[in-house]
Design a protein around this ligand. Structure first.
Ligand SMILES: [Zn+2]
Length: 473
């Protein structure tokens, strides 16, 4: 036990020798204390039984019961033996000269509970401080805490030893964490061995840069004091300072983040601009390229037309950069049985134009199509031919179309169509007029008078002219 009763006063070893001015006086006081102990003048503050000074070189000076007993203080002192040194040192170091309060080592509360250190205020408010090991029993400690709460006493706890190396609430030594809970003090105090300072771990505002919510600070034991609400002014102050520091850094951090965000947005805008410019440029290039791509095709067509016009020849395939030049008469229908796709009016027009522009291939295609095409396709072509029928016979276009008709056998189709349409009607007129029909003469008549028959002849009205023309054939 660290204290004893002498002359109705609670004293610890320090109290007996504190006023010694020098080493000699100190030695005298020690001697006196020993004498008091030997004379049985020291008593247990728990039960009043005789207590003796334990004065060895190895251990800090303390007192002990002379005999084993049921004394609660004796029991408490034995249980707390481990903390004797730290407790005594703490008690020796802390500022005990604060007006309005007294600090008691080994205090018995009203309910009989012994505590390591009590801060007793003049208005009877009590703040207790207990030392615990890192391996304290959490359930037991919580029960103790609840008990203190019930009797309206604020409890502080000091862990004898170093903080765990994990510097965060979740990761730190789990038992320390209960001291950092809202309903406790939000601080964990550590008393490292053989040091005159404490390590304080406390909850701060969250540091945005690191997401840290806890901070360590070291403080001299001598700066330790508590107020009536159980707050430790020194720690309150360092928490406030730290929070101000964190808030400043958070502002700085937010500003940095804002700048970063702005920079990011600026870069994104720049990138978007670059991309847009690139797209615009691509569009420009495409636009520029479009006529460029058509140009060689056009110039190719121009070349062919020029060559055709200057030579009067038709242009065949290109070999070794030279076009094959073919006279119209030598362009013949290709000998192939592969059927072409059906031709529309547009397709016929396209091919006719190419033929007029001197392309031998177009002439060949038309020949093949008119040879193998359906009657509908042939009629479509003939309809397109109609305007060219009135061209002079030496017009190149007339020559081209005539050559195509001849080569493709279209002439035969035209002839058959003409005969099928008119021959039966003409025969019946000749028959009604009792005119004998000679086949050869009739065919000659049809051929010779084709245009008149097709365009001018009206049956009934022009029958006599028709009969005269037949007789002359
Ligand atoms: Zn006792």
């Amino acid at each position: 036990m660290l204290t004893c009763i002498y002359n109705d006063k609670e004293m610890n070893y320090h109290d007996f020798i504190k006023d010694a001015a020098n080493d000699k006086e100190k030695a005298d006081k020690k001697l006196l204390l020993r004498k008091l102990s030997d004379n049985g003048e020291l008593h247990c503050k728990g039960c009043g039984a005789e207590a003796r000074l334990v004065d060895t070189e190895k251990k800090r000076k303390h007192f002990r019961h002379l005999k084993n007993s049921e004394c609660t203080y004796d029991k408490f002192a034995k249980e707390r033996k481990y903390f004797e040194d730290i407790k005594q040192k703490f008690y020796d170091e802390i500022n005990r000269s604060i007006p309005g309060q007294s600090v008691v080592l080994d205090k018995c509360l009203e309910d009989g509970t012994w505590v390591d250190i009590a801060f007793v205020f003049d208005n009877n408010a009590i703040i207790v401080l207990n030392f615990i090991k890192r391996s304290f029993n959490e359930t037991k400690m919580n029960a103790q805490h609840e008990k203190f709460k019930e009797i309206g006493i604020i409890d502080l706890w000091v862990i004898a030893g170093e903080p765990s190396i994990c510097n965060d609430y979740e990761d730190m030594f789990a038992k320390d964490a209960i001291l950092l809970q809202e309903e406790w003090q939000n601080i964990a105090i550590y008393a490292p061995e053989n040091e005159n300072k404490l390590t304080v771990k406390f909850k701060t505002n969250t540091q945005l840069r690191t997401y840290k919510r806890f901070h360590y600070e070291s403080m001299p034991i001598s700066a330790f004091s508590v107020n009536e609400s159980g707050k430790i002014p020194y720690i309150e102050k360092i928490i406030e300072q730290k929070n101000t520091e964190i808030e400043k850094d958070n502002e700085l951090y937010n500003e940095e983040q804002r700048k970063k965000q702005e920079e990011l947005e600026r870069r994104m805008l720049e990138a978007a601009e670059v991309r847009n410019k690139l797209l615009e440029k691509q569009a420009e290039i495409m636009q520029e390229e479009t006529p460029k791509r058509e140009l060689p095709v056009k110039s190719e067509a121009d070349k062919v037309l020029e060559l055709h016009q200057s030579t009067g020849m038709f242009i065949g395939s290109k070999t070794k950069g030279e076009y094959e030049l073919i006279p119209l008469e030598e362009i013949t229908q290709p000998k192939t049985s592969i059927p072409l796709m059906p031709f529309s009016k547009d397709k016929f027009e396209e091919k006719i134009n190419e033929a007029f522009n001197g392309y031998a291939a177009a002439i060949k295609t038309l020949m093949l199509k008119l040879n193998q095409g359906s009657n509908e396709e042939k009629d479509l072509y003939l309809e397109l031919m109609e305007p060219y029928r009135t061209l002079p016979k030496d017009d190149e276009r007339y020559k081209i179309l005539a050559h195509i008709s001849k080569q493709s056998g279209l002439v035969n189709y035209i002839e058959k169509k003409y005969r099928d349409e008119f021959a039966p009607r003409l025969r019946s007129v000749l028959f009604r007029n009792n005119i004998e029909i000679d086949e050869d003469q009739f065919i000659r008549f049809l051929k010779k008078n084709r245009n008149w028959i097709k365009k001018d002849y009206v049956m009934g009205r022009d029958d006599h002219i028709m009969i005269a023309k037949y007789k002359n054939s």
